[in-house]
Design a protein around this ligand. Structure first.
Ligand SMILES: [Zn+2]
Length: 256
């Protein structure tokens, strides 16, 4: 009996340790699934195709070079960037980009170049907050805000995901300061609406100045955000879900 007892204790201990490790593993798997499930479900239920591999993106660009996502600062070096999504000052309250850069499709950047030239003649310039935004980031913002006015719902996707939307404002080249606008960038209130009229005459004039120069050069307004503009013809471009690092590190560039 003594011999048997001495033998069984370590076997029982081994058995319970195995069970514990198994339970632990199941818990970790469940937790991972719970955290990734919303985004997984969104991408599964998307009513549109998503370009989410570098290979697929390259093929699209090789078919039509207008599909290229151009780094805006490379094409227009004088543009000022303030990529708040690479900081914690955004809806998600954490950086969602690891690189503070802005991209847009080739034709979008060509229009932006004209706008910058027009503004420069008046002693003004562009400050860009955001351009192309990977689809996963749109899902993240929607999960954080649960609103469809200030963020695009995953089942519709955003024109930012197509590389055809820009969030921007105007700066005074002498001071480097932003022109006074009716609200802060990304402020989720009525003050951000194009129609908001309880602002000062100067704020209203500045908002109009931005709106006029953008709409005269191929963009359309978004009624609920004075800073957001969609490139006319955005429907021709696919929704993409490729991170900035992948775009930058691939060094993929089409020869003109
Ligand atoms: Zn926007």
């Amino acid at each position: 009996m003594l011999k048997g007892q001495r033998f069984q204790a370590p076997v029982a201990g081994f058995f319970f340790r195995k069970i514990f490790l198994l339970m632990n593993r199941i818990f970790i798997v469940c937790l991972t699934l719970a955290l990734t499930a919303p985004q997984f479900a969104y991408s599964q239920n998307c009513p549109f195709p998503i370009i989410n591999t570098l290979e697929a993106y390259k093929n699209f660009v090789l078919k039509n070079k207008d599909n290229e996502l151009v780094e805006i600062k490379r094409e227009i070096p004088s543009v000022v960037l303030d990529i708040t999504y690479a900081t914690s000052k955004n809806i998600a309250e954490k950086p969602v980009y690891t690189i503070a850069a802005a991209f847009a499709r080739k034709q979008v950047v060509a229009s932006l170049k004209k706008i910058q030239q027009e503004l420069n003649k008046q002693g003004l310039g562009l400050k860009i907050f955001d351009g192309y935004r990977p689809y996963a980031v749109t899902c993240l913002f929607y999960a954080a805000l649960r609103d469809t006015t200030f963020v695009a719902p995953p089942w519709r996707g955003s024109k930012h995901n197509r590389g055809c939307a820009l969030d921007l404002t105007v700066i005074d080249l002498k001071t480097g300061k932003e022109l006074d606008m009716p609200s802060a960038y990304d402020e989720a209130t009525e003050r951000s609406y194009q129609s908001y009229d309880k602002c000062s005459p100067l704020q209203s004039a500045n908002r109009k100045l931005l709106r006029d120069v953008m709409t005269a050069n191929g963009f359309q307004i978004y009624p609920y955000e004075w800073w957001h503009f969609d490139f006319v013809g955005w429907e021709k471009y696919e929704i993409m879900d490729i991170d900035f690092e992948v775009l930058v590190n691939s060094k993929f560039k089409v020869q003109n």
